[in-house]
Design a protein around this ligand. Structure first.
Ligand code: ZN
Length: 410
């Protein structure tokens, strides 16, 4: 053994059960048992919650940390795509790599050890965003595994040259193909092209979909239809789907069952959705965040993720996934312990299912990607946004955070 994490409590463990020791060898979990009889350097979790590293399923590293260079909002209009597009010509590979690194550092510090990042390509930015993100990924390989989803933010069918760049990125290792049909003059045309690319390059699909304030003109039916037609169930995810949050309960439940049957997963992005929805209102503004717990209970694979950090889509962000789960729970008025547990699952096991990770979780044989949280169980971690005190990537310590010390006068 190379390392033993002593006295860990795992998510879902019986509160009365004795804590467990986790033995690590060659970067993988080699044993899990109470009072493991083995010699190796030790970390004492002291009865704290130890979980598999958090999974960020949807984040934009390439356009993170640009809020300082973007034009301010005009009135109630966010105009996020336009304000980012205005500064994109200034992106260089080095600039993208530096900003992606800054964001990755925060993600790693909050216990994220695996990630899918969306990267946009178009004739304006070319492959500079893609190349910059690849450089940052390489630089952070010691702490986090990152896969790229390449997508057209500024249109595909109406933006000549974009598809060639997506193909170039797919040929150079993008593992997933994405979409943003809401910014295409031909929604269905873009969706069909993206399904064609996924089949040609045998990659999964992860689309920005149905982002809007009303249930009109939803694209989700077509996505379910194509997923079934091409037998891609389990390989298709959609992000946002804020239009679902405007449906009355019976219609939402029917749509949830449809997504579950088709095998289309949903990523909820509470920070961006809360920030951008309801801009058509000037008071009593709607929340616009779809209920991940409800979809989860209908059998939909759901994750909760960060999306944007310090840009016009979301001018905030410390990259704490626990904060996103807490935000989701707060917006959706979640209070039951079981649902708080499910929110934690939407940063961990359910996210692994969405990304089709076969080697994830605290189990013998899996990579020793482990997070020690200053909590005793998952619901407390979500409720209190408890910080990670230690993170291990493939069994090697990648993060240390000292617990707060209070200096009460005597
Ligand atoms: Zn996104």
């Amino acid at each position: 053994m190379d390392l033993i994490l002593r006295r860990a409590r795992l998510p879902g463990m019986d509160a009365a059960a004795p804590p467990l020791d986790i033995g690590v060898a060659d970067g993988r979990i080699a044993a899990i048992a109470p009072a493991l009889a083995a010699e190796a350097p030790e970390y004492d979790a002291a009865g704290r919650l130890v979980c598999a590293g958090f999974i960020e399923t949807h984040i934009h590293l390439d356009k993170s940390c640009i809020i300082d260079r973007c034009a301010p909002e005009q009135g109630r209009e966010a105009l996020a795509v336009r304000r980012v597009a205005a500064v994109k010509p200034g992106f260089t590979m080095e600039d993208v790599a530096a900003r992606a690194s800054r964001t990755l550092a925060k993600c790693v510090g909050h216990g994220t050890t695996r990630m899918r990042t969306h990267v946009e390509v178009d004739p304006g930015v070319g492959l500079r965003g893609f190349d910059g993100v690849l450089a940052a990924i390489e630089d952070w390989r010691w702490a986090i595994d990152v896969e790229v989803c390449v997508f057209p933010q500024e249109g595909l069918t109406n933006n000549p040259g974009t598809e060639e760049l997506m193909v170039a990125a797919l040929r150079r290792g993008a593992r997933v193909v994405g979409a943003a049909p809401g910014y295409d003059t031909d929604h269905a045309g873009q969706i069909r092209r993206v399904f064609a690319l996924a089949r040609e390059y045998d990659v999964d699909i992860d689309m920005h979909l149905d982002f809007g304030n009303t249930p009109d003109d939803m694209d989700i039916d077509l996505v379910c239809e194509l997923t079934e037609q091409f037998r891609l169930g389990g390989r298709v995810a959609v992000g946002h789907v804020t239009k679902l949050s405007t449906l009355p309960p019976a219609r939402l439940a029917a749509m949830g069952r449809r997504l579950a049957d088709a095998g289309v997963a949903v990523t909820v992005l509470p920070a961006t959705d809360l920030f951008l929805m309801g801009r058509d209102q000037d008071h009593n503004v709607r929340r616009g965040v779809v209920d991940a717990n409800l979809l989860d209970e209908l059998g939909v694979t759901c994750s909760i993720s960060t999306n944007n950090v310090l840009n016009p889509f979301t001018p905030f962000g410390d990259c704490s996934l626990l904060r996103m789960a807490n935000l989701h729970a707060n917006i959706l008025q979640v209070s039951s312990p079981a649902r708080l547990d499910a929110c934690f699952g939407m940063l961990t096991g359910r996210s692994a299912r969405l990304l089709n990770l076969a080697d994830y979780g605290v189990a013998v044989g899996n990579p020793a990607d482990l997070v020690v949280l200053d909590a005793t169980d998952a619901r407390q971690a979500v409720a209190e946004i408890t910080p990670p005190l230690a993170v291990f990537k493939r069994g090697r310590r990648s993060v240390t955070r000292a617990p707060v010390q209070l200096h009460r006068p005597h």
